[in-house]
Design a protein around this ligand. Structure first.
Ligand SMILES: Cc1cc2nc3c(=O)[nH]c(=O)nc-3n(C[C@H](O)[C@H](O)[C@H](O)COP(=O)(O)OP(=O)(O)OC[C@H]3O[C@@H](n4cnc5c(N)ncnc54)[C@H](O)[C@@H]3O)c2cc1C
Length: 714
């Protein structure tokens, strides 16, 4: 056998993994240096080996980095190492792969590792049940050891904890002398997935009670007792072991993803029938930016885009992301104003192709994929004399719309659109395909109705309850020049609470009312009534409006038909524009709001930018679901512009204006969220807490991105 040596010589550089060899070992992180300064911690601060399974509990213990010197002469050592981009499976592979060649072992710590070989002489990629004989410097001391790898369950870890290697891996070993029947320590490296990749929690129990001479038996026990008395672990050794561990784990983590990829070429393949679009593909940006309704490019980029064809494709993508330490984002219609689905270090799943629907007219139910446009569904339902509270604009898909709640046509009467979701088919963060309803997976059902862009699953299909198409449908419009601002908003504020539920009364302020007139306010009353009496009652407040006489145009009630209705609304939401949007709920007195309404009128960007006042006055009782934040009046600012250079001019107007009014606000809708610019409550505190606890159960490793920001939980 060749004499072991430190570092690489010429032949070592001939391997294809030598490119990862880097002799520069970084200084230990500041928290490790602090831990060394503060050690030894009081004896007993780190649990003994007999309680090693405590590592499988979530969270952290009070001591994650440091060492203790125990009365029996043993030392307990703990080291926490953060490893961005690294997955637990990579470590699992590393322990099986490196042990048969010195020059593989040296990659890990070039300044301290000399040699490694498997006792069985084989070079298969496996470690559990095998003995690795290593030679390394721990501090200045050259040590030779036998690392006897064990199954984690032998060390007391539960099958539940170890079964999913994409969530956590436990590398467990007995440490002993390479040739004598003498063992003197244990080690456990728990590698668990965290948001940025993974973290390793290393534990060593050395010397003292952990010394065992020979096998079981009276003689072995006697000898062990004798050696234990003699063998007290020095403090220097404990310090050196801690430092060595922190150095080698950090060093290897820096290139582990690359060396893993090099040795596992199929690792990066997503096995799907649909298309996978990589950053290197020429149309990557075109596909990505093509998903955006709001044409502002936020600069964030997923690593890969998947257009799944089947549910199996979605499952494979979720599993791929998990195994690669990537997050998942989902896009259906791409109408998130904040481009919620564009995130770094992620795999983006495009659900636009899941746009099939099926209407069961006799049962008044439907199933629809998330890529179905609300207006598409609505047109189809009209043919069956049926109705669903779909959103007001073309292009918005039910995927994002229903998850955030859904403020749709006739929504004040039908309730939020998500109240008419009776079930969902979902691919979970575990890659399971499940149905969620009031009785099956009720936690997911609860979460999917209101969590919006913070949902932690991929919705594949919605099951919907339908309504009979209201028989009496009409719209009444009163247009006012901006000089009547005070009168118009005072009236709207005062009449608001008494406006019947069959009317979704709203007012649009813009600098080009009706696309032809100058700055003004358009008061619009869409009516969806089931009976003549309800219809007449719904119209009355517009007919009797005290400000009607000031209107430049006051239409009678007329029914433009659903297509014209959508077309009219779309004149305010043109495609291929840049948008800055923000919103708030309020019940503030009109006198408190008035100065801000005037400021909005003064500063409103050019048309078709607009300001929406929606009379909501919600139902006092809503079902128990994540959706939980609403108030009497909804105010939203929609700035938009065609020239990208105007982004600096108008991009922050909406968020800045809403920030000024924040003291009058009771939170925001997720429909028009601008959480990338401004945080505000979007669920009740209680429901956000509950949602986050469901997330912790369903997506403990944070596979799915949350909203851009969220309020701090008390
Ligand atoms: C022009 C316009 C008009 C609008 N009108 C209304 C309206 O009348 N009423 C109303 O309530 N809202 C309205 N909105 C807001 C709209 O409902 C939300 O932006 C909604 O999220 C858009 O859904 P989407 O599927 O088109 O968007 P996406 O951008 O695809 O989805 C938004 C987010 O929802 C999540 N998501 C989407 N699909 C899935 C899925 N299948 N599984 C898991 N998560 C998913 C993702 O986190 C995604 O980032 C409007 C928006 C625009 C741009």
């Amino acid at each position: 056998m060749a004499t072991p040596y430190l570092g690489y010589t010429a032949p070592d550089y001939s391997t294809d993994y030598a490119s990862h060899y880097n002799e520069t070992i970084q200084e230990v992180a500041a928290y490790v240096a602090d831990a060394l300064k503060n050690s030894p911690f009081p004896a007993g601060s780190l649990p003994p080996f007999s309680r090693a399974a405590y590592l499988q509990q979530p969270g952290y213990t009070s001591l994650e980095t440091g060492y203790t010197l125990e009365p029996d002469g043993s030392a307990h050592v703990a080291v926490l190492t953060q490893m961005p981009r690294v997955t637990p499976e990579m470590w699992d592979w590393w322990f099986g792969w490196h042990g048969c060649r010195d020059n593989r072992y040296k990659l890990w710590h070039p300044k301290a590792h000399l040699s490694a070989r498997w006792k069985d002489g084989e070079d298969e990629v496996a470690y559990i049940g095998r003995q690795s004989i290593i030679e390394e410097y721990i501090g200045d001391e050259l040590s030779t050891a036998s690392i006897q790898f064990k199954a984690p369950t032998e060390f007391g870890f539960s099958y539940e904890a170890v079964k999913n290697t994409s969530e956590a891996v436990y590398i467990c070993a007995r440490i002993g002398h390479p040739s004598l029947p003498l063992d003197y320590g244990y080690l456990v490296h728990q590698v668990r997935a965290v948001e940025s990749g993974s973290e390793m929690r290393s534990r060593f129990w050395m010397g003292g009670q952990y010394i065992q001479v020979g096998k079981d038996g009276i003689f072995a026990d006697l000898m062990s007792g004798l050696v234990r008395k003699m063998k007290t672990i020095s403090e220097q050794f404990a310090r050196d072991l801690l430092t060595h561990c922190a150095e080698e784990m950090t060093h290897l983590a820096a290139f582990l993803p690359e060396i893993y990829q090099q040795n596992n070429p199929t690792f990066d393949k997503i096995n799907v029938e649909g298309r996978v679009i990589n950053r290197s593909d020429s149309d990557f940006d075109a596909v990505l930016l093509g998903t955006l309704f709001n044409k502002i490019d936020p600069g964030r980029r997923p690593d890969r885009i998947v257009e799944p064809k089947t549910v199996q494709d979605i499952i494979a993508t979720v599993k791929y992301a998990k195994a690669h330490g990537k997050k998942v984002t989902v896009c259906s219609g791409g109408h998130s104003w904040s481009a919620n689905h564009l995130r770094d270090n992620s795999v983006l799943i495009l659900m636009k192709g899941f746009n099939q629907y099926e209407i069961n007219a006799p049962e008044m139910t439907a199933t629809a994929g998330p890529g179905v446009g609300g207006s598409v569904l609505m047109r189809e339902l009209y043919k069956h004399n049926l109705f669903f509270p779909a959103g007001h604009c073309k292009g918005v898909c039910i995927g994002g719309y229903l998850l955030q709640g859904g403020y749709g046509w006739n929504g004040r009467k039908t309730g939020m659109a998500c109240e008419s979701v009776t079930g969902l088919d979902i691919v979970t963060a575990d890659g399971d395909y499940v149905h969620a309803s009031a009785t099956e997976n009720p936690d997911l059902f609860w979460a999917a109705r209101g969590s919006g862009g913070g949902f932690f699953g991929v919705v594949v299909c919605f099951h919907l309850k339908l309504f009979t198409l209201p028989k009496y449908r009409a719209i009444i419009v009163h247009d006012f020049y901006i000089k009547h601002l005070e009168d118009v908003y005072h009236w709207a504020y005062e009449v608001g609470p008494s406006i019947p539920k069959a009317v979704e009364f709203q007012m649009l302020m813009s600098n080009r009312m009706l696309n032809i007139l100058g700055p003004g306010i358009e008061a619009v009353a869409p009516i969806f009534a089931d009976t003549k009496a309800e219809y007449e009652e719904a119209m009355a407040f517009m007919a009797n409006s005290p400000v009607k006489k000031k209107a430049v145009i006051a239409t009678p009630a007329f029914n433009p038909g659903i297509d014209a209705l959508y077309q009219t609304v779309m004149t305010h939401y043109p495609e291929n524009h840049y948008w800055g949007v923000d919103n708030m709920w309020t019940h503030a007195p009109i006198d408190a709001l008035m100065p801000y309404l005037k400021e909005i009128a003064r500063t409103l960007p050019p048309p078709p930018s607009h300001f929406l006042w929606l009379n909501w006055h919600p139902n006092p009782q809503i079902p128990d679901m994540a959706y939980s934040n609403e108030d009497k009046i909804y105010l939203a600012l929609y700035a938009n512009w065609k020239n990208p250079e105007d982004t600096t001019k108008y991009g922050d107007w909406a968020a800045t204006m809403m920030a000024k009014m924040a003291h009058l606000s009771t939170g925001i809708q997720l429909a028009d969220e601008g959480l990338h610019k401004r945080t505000s409550p979007f669920l009740s505190e209680k429901n956000l807490k509950k949602l986050q606890s469901i997330r912790a159960e369903r997506d403990p490793a944070g596979l799915f991105h949350e909203w851009h920001s969220k309020p701090d939980l008390k």
